[in-house]
Design a protein around this ligand. Structure first.
Ligand SMILES: [Zn+2]
Length: 249
């Protein structure tokens, strides 16, 4: 068994063959953690979890969504479905798409609301951070919520900071070609690594569609980089994800 700790199977890129993509992964022993980033996505994500046993849901909102009523609707949906989910996220900060100071401040206010909700519902947080790693780490510092940094792209110092706090660092399939991701994997102890595809994005081959089955390639690459047996990488990363998401199998 191996866990794809972050993917988006409800995205339109899978409309033609969603069932085949999921079945391919399940047949290969891949458990999937599917992440919603909008209220509409929340509904379809929950439906997928209902339909397929080993597709779990995390519910969140794209940080670049600044509309107040959508933020409130998302917070309410998460609370309403708290028993059906394994984490809150992805949530966080995105300074790549959001450049204006005022809007970045708004992102922080919204992120704080999700952090507080995670604390209140006692759920772990799946974090999205793009060009905003230092602010994300600052905002999380006073919190004691469990944290997984999805597709983390920080500097080596930021990785060290995350590791010292015991955050999980989720390594995406782009590790196949990304020197930066390879560096991050080298710097992170296996005990804090989980694997993800971020499907349909970040495929091992650029500009192709990614799918959860490719999580096996992430394990292979990490084994190669760290000089470990593939089975060890699969086993430890699976245990890390199981514990973080509270998966009881
Ligand atoms: Zn994602």
């Amino acid at each position: 068994m191996i866990i794809d700790a972050h993917c988006h199977l409800h995205f339109p890129q899978f409309n033609e063959d969603r069932d085949e993509v999921i079945s391919r992964a399940l047949d290969a022993g891949v458990v999937m953690i599917n992440s919603a980033v909008s209220p509409g996505g929340i509904r379809s994500t929950l439906k997928l979890s209902e339909e397929y046993g080993k597709v779990y849901s995390t519910l969140g909102l794209s940080p670049s969504e600044l509309n107040d009523s959508i933020v409130e609707e998302t917070l309410e949906l998460i609370e309403e479905h708290r028993k059906e989910i394994v984490a809150i996220g992805e949530v966080g900060l995105d300074y790549y798409w959001v450049k204006e100071r005022e809007n970045r401040d708004k992102e922080k206010i919204n992120f704080k609301k999700f952090i507080q909700l995670a604390d209140r519902l006692n759920k772990p947080l799946v974090i999205h951070s793009r060009d905003a790693e230092s602010d994300v780490l600052d905002m999380l510092e006073p919190e004691d919520t469990d944290v997984m940094l999805h597709c983390f792209s920080g500097t080596i110092n930021e990785v060290k900071k995350a590791v010292s706090r015991g955050y999980l660092v989720s390594i995406p399939a782009s590790i196949i070609y990304s020197k930066q991701k390879q560096k991050i994997a080298r710097e992170t102890p296996l005990e804090l690594i989980v694997l993800e595809t971020d499907s349909p994005f970040l495929a091992p081959k650029p500009r192709t569609r990614n799918e959860p089955l490719n999580v096996k390639k992430v394990a292979e690459k990490i084994a190669e980089i760290k000089g470990l047996d593939l089975e060890v990488v699969e086993m430890v990363s699976t245990e890390n994800a199981k514990e973080f998401f509270g998966l009881g199998f």
